[in-house]
Design a protein around this ligand. Structure first.
Ligand SMILES: Cc1cc2nc3c(=O)[nH]c(=O)nc-3n(C[C@H](O)[C@H](O)[C@H](O)COP(=O)(O)OP(=O)(O)OC[C@H]3O[C@@H](n4cnc5c(N)ncnc54)[C@H](O)[C@@H]3O)c2cc1C
Length: 470
């Protein structure tokens, strides 16, 4: 193996591939090490023993970047995509309520509806009375209360967010949300109640697309295949990074030296493998949750209530899952016999604050699906898979940036650029489009000898998320 290179990329997920594609465009000297035998990272798909295709949790393609869209087109071609109107729902009190929840309160019983409206009203009055000089909310729970009022928080937001994040919202920061959480529009709230009408048109991902075949992972497989094979080293797990010598040692015993190292390895692991360059205890301060994905393949067609739904949120405690995707609605080819089978993909979070009994999870999931009337005939189940992602969500924990930012800077002093979902640990810029952009922009920065302004995705997340980028 060649033992020196200008740019060494660690990891072939969306961040590493964004970097590699840019380096290839610029004609620079680079090499990529990937522990697995394939590209894609957390955005990989796999086929189970029965022939069902699964993603590692519900992945939808929506993008803030024209460039990302061009790469998506390039990956699968114009005929490689299905486009969907987003339909997301909340399952609560034994019924479906369209998302955003607060714009569809007419679906609730009168007592719940009033509790929600009364809380919203209090919240709006409090905001009106103190627009000037309002302190920043101390944490995510306080932000929710202030924005939505106690009714919606108690019924939906707080229990739901605990299920997703696996940490109490009071231990999370409030600065990461941007456009991600729908904030109330009183007119829309009242319209749906008075006209008894659903409002489903919110959000950055109203329309999204999905690969016709092969799941989300097909995109990254196709993009990786466009790169020169000689530069891609699969099955090369990095064991140690030596910041002083700008060298990387693999488990197999290879050593590669580089001018620049672009790491997409989770930052907590990078800290531990770099021999004290950053105090090892810092790794333990980086909060994350694990994700369990349980996929259920089923004979026949979905029940009427699920025919057009994309994904559903589950705030209540009787079910382990926080979200379910009707995965064959994304592409019928996610089942081996399209049209004659369908599939549900559930996600359950885990953390020290919310342990999961992995042995029981499949049984608990199937029981809850029955109770939630999503699986009318348990005998029709023909495939069950369970995968645990040790690191699924980089938690926006209280005080995150003062922990993470100095670590990133310390590595940068040694020419090690840690980027990506767990590389930079910024949930607000941790989707596929953001990750790809982080890799791409970091290369542009290094190639031009520029400063942080060349990496807007990492350094100006709200700005990037609030606009359409080139
Ligand atoms: C449950 C879930 C749902 C999601 N939903 C969406 C969604 O709807 N839309 C969306 O756009 N995004 C979604 N994402 C995010 C998406 O998966 C990430 O944006 C993306 O995968 C991050 O890319 P990355 O390259 O930064 O990291 P990763 O994908 O984690 O890639 C890192 C790579 O580094 C490799 N690696 C790690 N350690 C080593 C080592 N020691 N040596 C060599 N290689 C190593 C890994 O094998 C991996 O290939 C979701 C993620 C999860 C977990």
């Amino acid at each position: 193996m060649k033992d020196t290179t200008d740019y060494l990329i660690l990891g072939a997920g969306p961040t590493g591939l964004g970097a590699a594609l840019r380096l290839d465009e610029l004609g620079l000297d680079w090499m990529l090490l990937e522990a697995e035998d394939h590209a894609g990272g957390l955005a990989t798909s796999f086929v189970d023993d029965q022939g069902f295709t699964w993603d590692l949790g519900g992945h939808v393609q929506f993008s803030h970047y024209d460039r990302f869209d061009r790469y998506m087109d390039l990956a699968l071609g114009p005929d490689g995509w299905l486009t969907h109107q987003r339909e997301s729902w909340v399952w609560i009190r034994d019924r479906f309520v369209p998302y955003p929840f607060q714009n569809n309160l007419h679906r609730l019983d009168p007592a719940d509806r009033w509790a929600c409206v009364e809380g919203l009203w209090q919240a709006v009055q409090a905001l009106d009375g103190s627009v000037q000089g309002l302190d920043k909310p101390a944490n995510f729970a306080a932000w929710m209360e202030r924005t939505m009022g106690p009714g919606i928080c108690d019924l939906f937001l707080k229990p739901y967010n605990f299920k997703v994040w696996a940490y109490p919202p009071s231990t999370m920061d409030a600065n990461w949300m941007g456009e991600r959480v729908a904030v109330p529009d009183l007119k829309a709230v009242m319209r749906s109640i008075c006209l008894n009408q659903d409002d489903v048109g919110w959000g950055p991902n109203k329309v999204f697309r999905f690969p016709v075949r092969g799941g989300t992972g097909a995109v990254w497989k196709a993009l990786a295949a466009r790169l020169p094979a000689a530069r891609m080293r699969y099955g090369s797990r990095v064991a140690r990074v030596e910041p002083e010598g700008r060298a990387v040692h693999t488990e197999a015993g290879d050593t590669i030296r580089a001018r620049h190292i672009l790491s997409t390895i989770p930052l907590n692991h990078l800290i531990r493998m770099s021999g004290g360059w950053v105090e090892a205890a810092t790794a333990d301060r980086l909060v994350y949750s694990s994700t369990h994905v349980v996929g259920i393949g089923i004979e026949g067609q979905p029940p009427e209530a699920l025919r057009t739904k994309c994904w559903m949120y589950f705030p209540e405690a009787h079910s382990p899952y926080y979200r379910i995707t009707v995965f064959t609605n994304y592409s019928p080819n996610n089942a081996p016999r399209p049209g004659a089978q369908w599939s549900l993909m559930t996600e359950t979070s885990e953390s020290p604050a919310k342990p999961v009994d992995a042995e029981r999870l499949v049984a608990d999931t199937l029981a809850a699906l029955g109770k939630d009337r999503l699986l009318p005939d348990p005998d029709a189940v023909c495939s069950v898979v369970h995968r645990r992602l040790p690191q699924g969500y980089p938690t926006p924990f209280l005080g995150r940036d003062p922990v993470v930012d100095p670590v990133l800077r310390r590595f940068e002093e040694a020419g090690i650029w840690s980027r990506g979902r767990f590389g930079a640990w910024k949930y607000e810029v941790a989707n596929q489009d953001h990750s790809f952009a982080q890799g791409y922009e970091c290369v542009d920065r290094l190639a031009a000898g520029a400063g942080p302004e060349a990496e807007p995705t990492l350094h100006r997340p709200s700005w990037v998320n609030g606009r359409r980028n080139g």
